[in-house]
Write a protein that binds this ligand. Structure first.
Ligand code: AMP
Length: 536
């Protein structure tokens, strides 16, 4: 059995590892650390939970221990697909560099450029970034990557899902050809293979067993569910979710509920809270400080149930999650493996329960094919699926349900209410106030969720994925957030204003639209009269 002391790591790193309580290296660490320390490129095929973060941070710290950072020229670069993952990698660096004097900067959206610029200006040994934010800094001329000696790409498969591969290629091109590359991906899609063939040089390839597929310590179940009527299915599905949670009793200490769409993340979290469950949402559209606070609450045990999208929760390391619920069958089978891998970590027991609707059956078959086994069916705790009683009538969700069932009527009512607002002052203010009750505010959300559902079922093409799935949207959010602080945005805005202005002035020089060459004399007269009046 390999020991950490066999790996040639710096003594101060070994001390920090001992403080962290690690006794022996995990397989990815034992495989990746020696070639990384020799300066070789590494291709690690491993997913989160395998100890892959330490497999690149520990040799990096050992290598960076010799030498110093120069202003604006980081010596190493770690690229992560999401802010949360980047923040987690930064935490890892803090843990393992406790006896070193290495400096680091975290470049992620949602943090002001000014603070990040100041850190970079001073010079950093390790730069941890999401691709969008890194490129923004680079394009503003605040960052020089020509001194990068080690570059890490973490969770490359997720980068691919999020449309970051062109950015990654660009960043590779900005770093020196002589850099060392440590590249990690849970899977090797053809596009990932192509990138590694292009940018890695004779890498040491280390592949470790899939954590979730080999993890016998996660008990997996699925409940086949069909709503009694199409328009009631969403409510009944939430009833079922609560019944499944309740059935776990005391064994459920904390859990993550995954939904395929951000809209459902919000709806499910809100619905659970209304029913008295300790639940909060996390997805890419939420404000970064809110995301951090929710995660922190979940990590330290203050929050029991996290309702999450794949992007927001991917790669997050919460050591003891007792349950994972898949509110939807993920549309990409790989995500099932990542999702259930949030539980049963570090050899603990875990439980993963999924709800499968008839429209999910194809995706469900893909999941079973991928994991190479049948997932045992669980009886619907509310009785037979189609006859599943819904407690909606007496539930705090009654309003929500009502609005979801009658989207058209709600829209009609909203229109009427605005008609009333515009009508001559015959309606009292009270009538208007009633027309915009919170019930109506909620209605379009739920109604839209219902209307959007069939699209997700049919989501197969890349284009459909881009519009319907979380990752692209998260990318855009990342960009949006980044742009908010960005001076380039101002420039772009003024450029586009200038463009439009020029367009307008050209039009102004010409004719009045629709009148051709002929300018009626009464128009000219009115101007002259005004000019005369102004002259007086
Ligand atoms: P990762 O796959 O990098 O997300 O790591 C998953 C978890 O394993 C983290 O909580 C690490 O702190 C922990 N870990 C990493 N290496 C070891 C090790 N050699 N022994 C025990 N735990 C470890």
């Amino acid at each position: 059995m390999t020991k950490f002391t066999d790996l040639n790591l710096d003594k101060k790193v070994l001390k920090a590892i001992a403080d962290a309580g690690y006794e022996e290296p995990t397989p990815i660490q034992a495989g990746a650390i020696p070639p990384a320390l020799e300066g070789r490129d590494v291709l690690g095929i491993a997913q989160t939970g395998t100890g892959k973060t330490a497999s690149f941070t520990l040799p990096m710290i050992t290598l960076l221990g010799r030498g110093r950072a120069r202003a604006r020229m980081p010596r190493s670069l770690v690229l992560c697909p999401t802010r949360e993952l980047a923040a987690q990698v930064a935490e890892n660096f803090d843990t393992y560099t406790k006896y070193h004097k290495l400096t680091k900067a975290l470049l992620i959206g949602g943090v002001s450029f000014k603070e990040q610029d100041q850190l970079i200006d001073k010079g950093v040994d390790v730069l941890i970034a999401t691709p969008g934010r890194l490129l923004d800094h680079f394009e503003r001329g605040k960052l020089i990557l020509s001194d990068v000696k080690i570059m890490v790409v973490d969770e490359a498969d997720r980068m691919l899902d999020m449309g970051f591969i062109p950015d990654i290629e660009k960043i590779f091109g900005m770093t020196p050809f002589t850099r060392q590359t440590l590249f990690f991906s849970a899977t090797m899609a053809p596009e990932i293979e192509r990138i590694t063939n292009t940018f890695l040089s004779n890498p040491a390839r280390i592949e470790v067993a899939r954590q979730a597929t080999s993890g016998e310590n996660i008990k997996q179940n699925v409940v086949m569910f069909k709503g009694s009527r199409r328009e009631r299915a969403a409510t009944e599905k939430r009833d079922l979710l609560r019944a499944l949670i309740d059935a776990e009793g005391e064994t459920l200490q904390n859990g993550i509920i995954f939904c395929n769409r951000k809209m459902d993340v919000d709806i499910v979290a809100k619905s659970l809270s209304k029913h008295g469950y300790d639940a909060a949402p996390i997805h890419g559209d939420l404000d970064q400080s809110k995301r951090n606070a929710t995660l922190e609450g979940f990590r330290n045990g203050e929050l029991k149930i996290l309702v999450a999208s794949d992007v927001a929760a991917r790669g997050l390391d919460v050591p003891s999650v007792t349950h994972v619920f898949n509110f939807d069958v993920p549309s990409h089978a790989e995500d099932y493996v990542h999702r259930i891998g949030r539980t049963g970590r570090a050899g603990r027991d875990g439980k993963a329960i999924m709800i499968c609707e008839p429209r999910d059956e194809k995706n469900f078959a893909d999941v079973e094919r991928l994991i190479g086994k049948d997932i045992p069916r669980l009886d619907n705790p509310l009785g037979t699926s189609s006859a599943a009683p819904s407690n909606e009538a007496a539930s705090p969700e009654a309003n929500e349900t009502k609005s979801a069932e009658k989207p058209k009527r709600t829209r009609t009512r909203s229109r009427r209410s605005s008609d009333k607002t515009e009508a001559p002052k015959t309606d009292t203010p009270k009538v208007d106030a009633e027309a915009v009750t919170p019930v109506q505010t909620e209605a379009p959300v739920d109604a839209a969720a219902q209307e959007a559902a069939p699209e997700v079922k049919e989501e197969t093409s890349p284009a459909a994925r881009e519009t319907a799935s979380e990752p692209r949207q998260d990318t855009r959010t990342e960009r949006r957030d980044d742009k908010r602080d960005d001076n380039r945005d101002d420039k772009r805005a003024s450029r586009s204003r200038g463009g439009r202005g020029r367009g307008r002035s050209r039009d102004d020089d010409n004719k009045v639209l629709g009148l051709g060459d002929h300018l009626p004399s009464f128009i000219a007269m009115s101007f002259e009269e005004r000019r005369e009046a102004e002259g007086n």
